[in-house]
Design a protein around this ligand. Structure first.
Ligand SMILES: [Zn+2]
Length: 215
């Protein structure tokens, strides 16, 4: 939950950090700001969702894959003559700069990275952002499992209100620029998940009752 609490770390080093501004009454000039204890519990339940679903490890793995694959592709592309030709380097002349410079040719690396791999990098950054947004939804769903669904909704509304945030954003813009879904999108996903959970529990109870009737 940005600007109020977050989870970080992996393996034996994992922490949930809560900002003091999340706590009700932290501000003497604005005593109405902050969350009551139950809503803070809901926020912590959300952060536990990141821990339970191993979001730190998954995010780190994805980020490293992106970085390492970018380096490998840059190194591979730097020796491709077509890159130099495309940017006007004389690769077919006897004294061509590419022939005399060996494999570690800096201009080739710069061209490969700045003009070609940037697109690749942007693509992965967008994928990383979409992954982060989905992690938020999964962490919310874990808070619902712990029984904090409605309280988390109240907490999210209060956080946005306290920070005078805007509750909505254009979905396309948000997908590319926000690593958290906007409030309305998040509330909608929370309510959908709670509704589905209630329905599946009702069906489970009905099945159990039917089975008892048959015995
Ligand atoms: Zn979160």
């Amino acid at each position: 939950m940005h600007s109020s609490a977050f989870f970080y770390g992996f393996l034996g080093f994992q922490k949930v950090v809560i900002f003091a501004r999340l706590i009700e009454g932290h501000s003497h000039s604005h005593p109405e700001k902050g969350l009551p204890n139950r809503q803070i519990e809901a926020v912590v339940a959300h952060e536990f969702g990141h821990w339970r679903n191993r979001h730190s490890e998954k995010g780190l793995l994805f980020w490293h894959f992106m970085q390492i694959s970018t380096v490998i592709l840059t190194l591979w592309l730097r020796s491709k003559e077509i890159i130099y030709q495309a940017f006007g380097f004389p690769v077919d002349q006897p004294n061509a700069i590419i022939k005399n410079s060996g494999n570690m040719y800096l201009p080739g690396m710069l061209i490969a990275y700045y003009f070609i791999l940037r697109m690749y990098h942007h693509f992965f950054q967008t994928m990383h952002q979409l992954q982060q947004r989905e992690f938020e939804i999964h962490a919310d769903q874990y808070a619902i499992q712990l029984g904090y669904g409605t309280i988390l909704e109240q907490a999210l509304i209060k956080i946005v209100k306290d920070h005078e945030g805007f509750p909505s954003a254009d979905l396309l813009y948000s997908l590319f620029h926000h690593n958290h879904p906007c409030l309305l999108e998040r509330l909608q996903r929370l309510q959908e998940h709670q509704h589905n959970r209630r329905n599946s529990q009702i069906h489970q109870n009905q099945d159990q009752n039917n089975n008892r009737g048959l015995q």
